[in-house]
Design a protein. Sequence first.
Length: 574
Amino acid sequence: MKLFLSAVSKSYALLALFVLLLVPHQAQAQEGMPETLAYQGYLTQSDGTPYDGIPSMVFRLYDAKVGGDAQWRESYPGVQVSQGLFSVRLGRSESLADVAFNRPLWLGIQVDGGSELIPRVALEASPYALSVRGLSVMSAEDEDYGVVPNLVGGYAGNVIQGSDIVGATINGGGGESVENIIAQSYGTIGGGFQNRTTGTGATVGGGRRNQAMGCYDTVAGGENNVAQTDDLAMAFKSAGQSCNATVGGGRDNAARGDGATIAGGVGNQARRSGATVGGGTNNRATESRATVSGGRDNVASEDGATVPGGEDNQARGQNSLAAGYNARAIHEGVFAWSDNGGASSDSLVSTGENQFLIRARGGVGIGTNAPAAALHVTNTESNRDLVLGGTDDSLFGDDGVITSDPAYESSDLWLVSNDAVLVMLDGDDSGETSEFIVADDDLDVLLQVDGFGVTETNHIEVQRDLKPGTAPAEGGVYRDNVVYAWARVNADGTVASSYGCTVSKSATGSYRVIFERELPNGASATVTARTVNDPILATAVTSASQASVATKFFNGSAFVFADSDFYIQVVGRP
């Protein structure tokens, strides 16, 4: 007897299962849905009359219309056929959960041990199935969490790699020879191609050739990025901590530490627990909690080291910071910032711990954006631009100290002013005794001044050399001589201005200049007296405590005394 199959219905129950597995957390709905395929057929005999009986039937699903391999098989010892019509629910005894329905399939039917009826019946989709075409659902069960199926979408060759994997999801993407692959439970690949997850709960959002290789590692996208927990981080995980390396995107980035993060960029590496690279190119954070925010070719290689950006900077000391261009903070607690003006070999390198280093060839401006020196301080809020704090130094106590460069023996300290140089004593108005002192390297006092004037003077060296036998200029100061006194005197004996002396007039053209301090023994004094109005001549006779000045006029035959303005200056070698 020859039988013919003439009708096949659509598989509503299986399609309902697809919709269910797209929302696996709705456990109550899942328990109430049959995981079977409803099928109806119509059998006729060779003369076209409907068949009646209870024949055995074998149903098979094939991956080809003709030939191919059977993907599933189920036998029924007896199926009720009445007036040619019969119906079965496939999958009752042999589960359909492992059948990949994300590809074309054909149903083959064998009746009462005869040859399989031809042609095979192509499975069709219901309207619900059109929304999930290309998806494959594979049953899987977690011993702790129950039934947690795997879901594969996109290219049919995308792979859940392992028989014991549960909860894995490939949403799409892939292609021939560029399949997406999940090799551990609860892994997720959102799309793209040639992506791979090999850690529990690892995620690749998309892109190309990205790998999330450690537990709960994440690569959001980009190309050829790797999130991989190293051996140390895996040891942390075994102690109850997670892994969680993250690459946000970019290209050729590798986050290889527990909680290591690379936001993006190209060719960046974060190699230890909590290491972070914000972006840029070829940056490396190679120790725990090290950070490189961006830039290029920067390295943070110690715990807590930071490079905020720039190029070719290295923070190699614990909790150090290097920024700008070619800065090297190689000691603990160092801040190093270098400008962009040097050659690549001209690095700013720390020389000890806890240094604050700045190299700015254009100057450092505090309160100004136009520095006129290496350090330019401008303060518009108060009358103090620079405050020197005290130290615990046994020599200077709590004094503020300014020194010239100790690296150079001949280093001088200059004060250059466009107008006056002012020294204010008792600036806090505390009433304490305040002094201005000039001392030598043995702290012997050379000049000591308080609020009452000069109290002690041993020696002062100033700008120029007078040299022996040279007359001092008016108001001149000299490196090789001491200025003892000077005065500008009016013709009537009154003083216009003076230093270190008093003046009185004794007679016409005769004046006495009294020194406030005597010339020391052995001092070789040079006295210059000259009149302000030629042709009057001024002469001086000097002792240790005073000088007698005479102003005379030549009347054609002799010099006679005459009143005149004059200037006197007394300098000498101590």
